[in-house]
Write a protein that binds this ligand. Sequence first.
Ligand code: NAD
Ligand code: TYD
Length: 361
Amino acid sequence: MNLLVTGGAGFIGVNFVRFWRAAHPDDAITVLDALTYAGNRASLDGVTVDFIHGDIGDSVLVETLLAGRGIDTLVHFAAESHVDRSIHGPDAFIETNILGTHSLLKAARKVWLAGSGVAHRFHHVSTDEVYGSLGPDDPAFSETTPYAPNSPYSASKAASDHLVRAYHHTYGLSVTTSNCSNNYGPYQFPEKLIPLFLINALHGRPLPIYGDGMQIRDWLHVEDHCRGIAAVLAHGQVGETYNIGGGAELPNLTVIETLCAAVDGAFAADPALAGRFPEAPAARGAPTAGLKTTVTDRPGHDRRYAIDERRARDELGYAPQRSFAQGFAATLDWYLANESWWRSVLDGSYRDWVAANYATR
Ligand code: NAD
Ligand code: TYD
C-alpha cells in the first residue's frame, strides 16, 4: 500500500505508523501532521516515513500529496482529541474535526474520483463517544446504536463520521470508519487519565478524580487498536463502520487503584526509582493511593461506555490480545523507561499553547 497517515505524530497515529512499518517494511508511508501541542515529531524517530508538517485543512497540500505520491490509502487520525479541552475551547474541535475532515474528503474526492480513478480507501478513525452515555444495564454500543454525542469533542467527531458516510453514499468515495473505546499505551500525551496520573504519581502531585470516580470506560491497548484498524483495511466492507473495543470495561476507580498499586510495586522492585523520582510517595515507602483527590466532576460527564464487539469479531476476525493487566503493566514500564519522551512533550511549547488557547481556564 501507499499510505497517507494524518495525525501520525500523535498518540495513536505514532503507534499505528510503527505497527504498520514493522508489518509492511516495503510500503510507502507519508505522515501529515500539524504538530499541535499533541503532536511530536520525535515520537517517529527511527521509523522510515516521509514526514510533512502541514494541516489537514490545507486542501491544496493534501491534493498534491494524494496525486503526486500516488497515495491509495488514507488513514485519518488527525483531530483535537481531549474532552476537557473541548469543554473549555470548542472552536478548535469544530475547525479540525469537522472542517478539517471535510477538507480531506473534498481533496480525496477530487483526486481519487474526479482524477485518477484508482482503487482507494479513506479510513476514518472515530470514537465510541459519538453514541453518548450508557446506563448500568444498557446493552453495549453496536454499530447501529443511534448517535447521541454529549461533549463538543464527541459532537465534532459525530459530525465528521456523518460527513465520511455522506461522501460514500453521495459521491461513491470508498470509506470505512472505526469507532473505538479509550486507548492507552506508549506515546500518549499526559493529559489523558492514565499517563496524567502516572506522571503525577511520580511527582507526588494529586490524582484528580472527577466526581465519584465510578464512570466506566472500555480500555483498549493501542496496539490492539492498530490491529483492529489493519483488520478493517484488509477485510472491512466499504461504506461500513466497525466498533473496536478492548474487552476491559472498568470503573475509573479500579483503573486508578491498579495504577497506584503498580507504581508502589515498581518502586519496591527497583530501588533506583526512588532516586529518580524522590517526590513520589512510593520513594519513601508511602502508598501512591494517598495522592487520590476528589475534584468537581467534568460538566456533562458520560457515565459509561461499552463496546459490543460482535461485528468486528465475526466479520474481521478481530479480538483484543492484551488484558488490561498486561497492557497496563507494559505501559507503566514504557513510561518509566521513556522519561525523556514525556519530559520533552511537557516542555515550553505545550505551556505556550495552553496559555494562548486556554487563557481563561
Ligand atoms: P492526539 O491528540 O494524541 O493526536 C492528534 C494528532 O493530530 C496530533 O499529532 C496533532 O498534531 C494532529 N493534528 C491536530 N490537528 C491537526 C490538523 N489540523 N492537521 C494535521 N494534524 C493535526 O490524538 P489520539 O489520541 O492519537 O487520537 C487519534 C484519533 O483517534 C482521533 O481522531 C481521536 O478522535 C480518535 N480516538 C482516540 C481515542 C483515545 O483514547 N485516544 C479514542 C477513540 C478515538
Ligand atoms: P480521559 O482520559 O480524558 O478520556 P475520555 O474522557 O475520552 O473518556 O478520561 C477517562 C476517564 O477518566 C473519564 O471518565 C474522565 C476521568 N478523568 C478523571 O477522573 N480525572 C482526570 O484528571 C482525567 C483527565 C480524566
